[in-house]
Design a protein around this ligand. Structure first.
Ligand code: GDP
Length: 457
């Protein structure tokens, strides 16, 4: 527990209906009591925990605001300390005056994330849960929200703790066997350990792989639109965006730069890169665009390949198809309002990918595209509703290190190394896993993590 009592504005810094000032620490109730008065003139110190009180905030004899006060005594509060929340009128100036008054009477301004940091340091939540608080606040869609909430409820922490307990058990066994070889035999132990390590490798690998989906939830699916000039890429992008952003023209090769836009398709975020049409070109400026398009293509999660259905396929199309063969592709057969020359069947002969007929002009087929993307990324194998996704790069890195250490154990067993080799790498895996829940990390890193929080959280 900390000696000092902190106070901060917990709501946004714009004028709004209500603004909340949060006070936490051993003197939270006493300090608020100095500035809060009820009609009955009862002291807040006498009030029971988890009660609500109506009154006014005073700076000496000056009335500052009419408020409602929520009292939560330790340990049943967010920080596990005595906490008071003051609901004021939500004007930026009013809320600030209330905060200043509390500071004048003994509270210290809180640092960003200090409430959650106290919740962590007081043992109410571990580090991965604390980090999920930032993710929850910054989540922009259903998937991100659900996954952060699962992490906040401790699902990741439990999985990590179980693995650590299992690993520690084996380390202890090896150490005691080495200390007391007369009574504890290590005969055949390698095989037993190999199974346990394999299980843990599978588990860590599954978590690690989930970070791909985790990243897409959090940051969006990186999507590239490709196709020859004039097939309607910009028109499709504009339809998706619902606004005129890219320049649409009839002159081939005018979309020279790479445009990036983020769109939200029923909760799935797409980071769309509209590229200069990929085709052989001698124009230098256009050439730069083509090279960049190829670059973004390599890093894309999803490629939307647009074909003009009113024209036959040509060499340029075949070249594009070759480039994107290995990737997750949705083909849009555009200009379905015109007489069809290239059909789905014809396309399938060259590139066997999900194909959707659309018309950017009539705005038809767009909802099919939305559905296809949803199915491709967040349905089928991925039961995104109750699965945990790693969204934090710190966690991902620790899992990667854990995997490397466990694989070394596996190799030592295979190579018939001495048992003390096992325990060194097992210990390393144990420590790396511990970093995720905050058990093996230094104060500096803790401070850095919490400094990324918003004020008042
Ligand atoms: P981009 O070069 O691939 O980005 O193609 P644009 O979006 O600039 O479109 C090229 C031309 O095709 C423009 O004249 C558009 O109006 C036209 N166009 C785009 N989509 C359709 C469509 O679905 N139907 C028809 N008839 N014309 C379209």
């Amino acid at each position: 527990m900390y000696a000092d009592t902190i106070a901060a504005i917990a709501t946004g810094m714009t004028n709004s209906g209500i603004g909340i000032v949060r006070v936490s620490g051993s003197d939270a109730v006493a300090i608020t009591d100095k500035v809060f008065r009820t009609k009955e003139k009862r002291s807040l110190c006498e009030m029971e925990t988890h009660t609500i009180h109506y009154g006014h905030i005073f700076d000496g004899e000056e009335k500052i605001d009419e408020v409602v006060v929520l009292l939560m005594r330790a340990p049943r509060s967010y920080t596990r300390e005595d906490t008071v929340e003051i609901d004021c009128h939500g004007g930026v100036y009013v809320v600030k005056r209330v905060l200043d008054t509390l500071i004048k009477y003994g509270a210290r301004p809180a640092e960003p994330g200090e409430y959650t940091k106290r919740a962590f340091l007081n043992g109410r939540i571990d580090l991965s849960q604390a980090e999920s608080v930032i993710d929850l606040i910054s989540s922009q869609n259903e998937y991100a929200r659900k996954s952060s909430l699962l992490q906040l409820s401790g699902q990741l922490s439990n999985e990590i703790r179980n693995m650590r307990a299992e690993i520690l058990h084996e380390i202890a066994f090896i150490e005691s066997a080495l200390d007391d070889p007369e009574h504890i035999s290590l005969d055949g132990y390698g095989d037993k350990l190999a199974k346990i390590v394999d299980n843990n490798i599978d588990h860590v690998e599954r978590l690690w792989k989930s970070s791909e989906n985790g990243r897409m939830f959090k940051e969006g699916i990186s999507t590239v639109i490709v196709g020859k000039p004039n097939v309607g890429k910009s028109s499709i992008l504009n339809t998706l965006l619902g606004q005129e952003r890219a320049i649409v023209t009839d002159i081939a090769g005018t979309t020279r730069d790479v445009l990036e836009e983020q769109i939200n398709l029923n909760g799935i975020l797409l980071n769309i890169v509209d590229t200069a049409g990929i085709r052989e070109t001698s124009d230098v400026v256009e050439k730069i665009g083509v090279d960049r398009a190829k670059d973004s293509l390599r890093n894309a999660d999803l490629v939307i390949y647009v074909v003009d259905g009113s024209l036959p396929l040509d060499q340029n199309d075949y070249e594009i198809m070759e480039l994107i063969e290995e990737q997750q592709v949705i083909i849009l057969l555009n200009k379905s309002d015109l007489k069809a020359v290239t059909t789905k069947k014809e396309l399938k002969k060259h590139l066997d990918k999900k194909t959707i007929s659309v018309s950017a002009l009539d705005k038809t087929g767009i909802s099919d595209l939305e559905q296809a993307i949803g199915e491709m990324f967040f349905a089928g194998d991925v039961a995104y509703n109750d699965e945990l996704f790693i969204t934090n790069s710190r966690h991902k890195y620790a899992l990667q290190e854990t995997l490397a250490a466990l694989r070394l154990v596996r190799k030592s067993i295979e190579d018939g190394m001495e048992e003390d080799f096992y325990s060194i790498d097992l210990m390393h895996a144990y420590e790396e896993l511990g970093k995720i829940i905050g058990e093996e990390i230094g104060e500096d890193l803790v401070n850095e993590i919490f400094s990324k929080f918003c004020m008042g959280k």
